[in-house]
Ligand binder design. Sequence first.
Ligand code: NAP
Length: 414
Amino acid sequence: MATPKTLTPPKEGERIEARGGRLAVPDTPIIPYIEGDGTGPDIWRATVRVLDAAVRKAYGSKRRIVWFEVFAGEKAHARFGTWLPEETLQAFEHYVVGIKGPLTTPVGGGFRSLNVSLRQQLDLYACVRPVRYFEGVPSPVCHPEQVDVVVFRENTEDIYVGYECASGSPEAKRLIEFVGREFKWKIREDAGVGLKPMSPFGTKRLVRKAIRFAIDHGRRSVTLVHKGNIMKYTEGAFAQWGYEVAREEFAAETIPWADVEKHHRGVVPPGKILIQDYIADVTFQHVLTRPRSFDVIATGNLNGDYLSDAIAAQVGGIGMAPGGNISDVHAVFEATHGTAPKYANQDKVNPGSLILSGVMMLEHLGWREAAGLVIRGMEATFRKKIVTYDLARLMEGAREARTSEFASAVVDNM
Ligand code: NAP
């Protein structure tokens, strides 16, 4: 790493390395973190306490995370006059695995978002959002306990790339003229226009990751969600390429739905992971009415954006939804909600999203015992109805806890 101007790397601990597609995790890995803006510091303090306690309880003095603060957002701007120091990006690259709280998106131009910069620089092509239910957490549906889904959302293609021209701009006019001339596509002169690229390369690596996850975690199925009945060569092709990966690379472990119907009378043979596909609109109905049909979901950027929040809403909403952006080498875990600035420094908001993102990180490191302890601590805390304000207002008989009190309860209940 270049000599940092804004950062002082820790003197102890070791760097995680990626060797031959696998992580080599030392017993004292250095993990860069951004505490985040607004409520970020509150939820970060709670998270670090919980994660450290779990690691200590699981491994005693044998293992310890060496936290390394790096800066972005308001703290970076106040200290260094820049919202996103180059060294922060370099640290995430160098140390391979990192975690971040929410960041303010400053109003006005010329700002490079950290999320976009990180995704591009480290090619974090999969946005992974596990959604599961904790008993006792208030939910708008009758059977939230049936929700246990991991969404793999493609991060680098589809509308995300932002190839768009504004209505009335010279670029839009040229594009409209071009497609009118070359393809005989009639687009209204005053339209804004966008491109939606989806490739076999981008799709296959995403679906490959989802299937590997399903194999490693003993999951039952991978569902390819798409809108291919209308957008055949992007969304429809996504499903087709997904089935191809399964057939060409995971024939021993997986079985497509068509084969289950044709050769197994509709019953998935034991030991096989079902590969199926669903049209996006009906998926939104079915995740509500029959959530058990879904296990791992692989989908494009826009579908994944809507779907992961819609599923999270069934189990406690955005205060509880974790996420990770992952490439073949790097991973950055993050709270999926924003900075909730009106609650900043009040020790009030729910740290669940960032704590559970930390659990994803521990699992990613292979520290499953510590991850399991955090989950156990949270389960017991919810069962005792100790929750932050957002859940307390929806629960009868809740004991409303501050952010820090919730963290203490999780540690006590591990
Ligand atoms: P937000 O910060 O997510 O907050 C919206 C509402 O969601 C809050 O008022 C609160 O609802 C609830 N909420 C959010 N976090 C919560 C938590 N930890 N515990 C309990 N409830 C929580 O969205 P926003 O107000 O639209 O955005 C604020 C800033 O965050 C903006 O600058 C935005 O750009 C940024 N942002 C950053 C990220 C990121 O870094 N990943 C993501 C999204 C937004 P109630 O008031 O109803 O309790």
